[in-house]
Design a protein around this ligand. Structure first.
Ligand code: CA
Length: 234
């Protein structure tokens, strides 16, 4: 792990010995640390250099830990661990719902602090965003070609236009009249039955490539809708 990747822990503690103990143990556990001894310096520091976690003492010169925590929560959801000298103080803090993620009571074992920091950082790590696989349907407008999962579809111009219209808006029901408007550039005498017949052929061609996939559904009395993934236009 390079230094750049190491999580930064901000220690806000006005007792130098306790602060040094935390610094030593956290650095030994591969964390970077920064130490502040005053409560009124925290917000400015966090805005400038957001740490991965804050260990925040309750009794501090300048501004108390409670107020610091509240101010931080106005603009940040970074993990905050409140450190207090009184065990009974924790119940009061919990009741205030100040938005801290955990509480540690003094005197504490530095190992316990490191263990808590690790646990909280793990919990707060956002799961990697799920990347949706690209749609298997590709519609190439320039070349008037379409493919499903890499297999080319041999479509008439009317089928191509129907496919493009429907698959650009999955789930939307298109009436036969709306589909007719997308069908031909020039004026032709067409009927609703024309659409049904094109849809039937288009479905047959799609299902020949993938029999398990529902592609186009007829919505009784209304029209048709695309049931598969939105197409990728190229
Ligand atoms: Ca203190």
């Amino acid at each position: 792990m390079t230094e750049f990747n190491m999580p930064l822990i901000l220690i806000v503690e006005d007792e130098p010995k306790i602060a040094q103990l935390m610094i030593d143990y956290l650095q030994a556990a591969n964390y970077r640390t920064h130490h502040l001894a005053r409560g009124d310096e925290v917000v400015a520091f966090v805005k400038h250099t957001p740490p991965n976690l804050i260990l925040l003492d309750l009794m501090l010169p300048g501004l108390d830990g409670l107020s610091v925590c509240r101010e931080l929560r106005r603009f940040s959801d970074l993990p905050i661990v409140m450190v207090t000298a009184k065990i009974e103080e924790i119940d009061r803090l919990l009741g205030l719902e100040i938005g801290a993620d955990d509480y540690i009571c003094k005197p504490f074992s530095p190992r316990e602090v490191v263990a808590r920091v690790k646990t909280i950082l793990r919990r707060c790590q956002r799961p990697p965003e799920e990347i949706a696989p690209p749609s298997p349907l590709v519609v190439d407008e320039m070349r008037f070609q379409a493919s499903w999962a890499g297999k080319a579809l041999d479509l008439t111009p009317a089928e191509f236009r129907l496919l493009k219209t429907l698959a650009q808006e999955p789930g939307k029901v298109f009436s036969r009249e709306q589909l007719l408007n997308h069908l031909y550039d020039d004026y032709r005498v067409v009927t609703d039955r024309t659409i049904d017949s094109h849809i039937k052929n288009l479905r047959r061609k799609l299902e020949a490539l993938d029999a398990d996939q529902p592609f186009i559904r007829a919505v009784y009395g209304m029209g048709y809708r695309w049931e598969a993934d939105e197409c990728r236009l190229i």
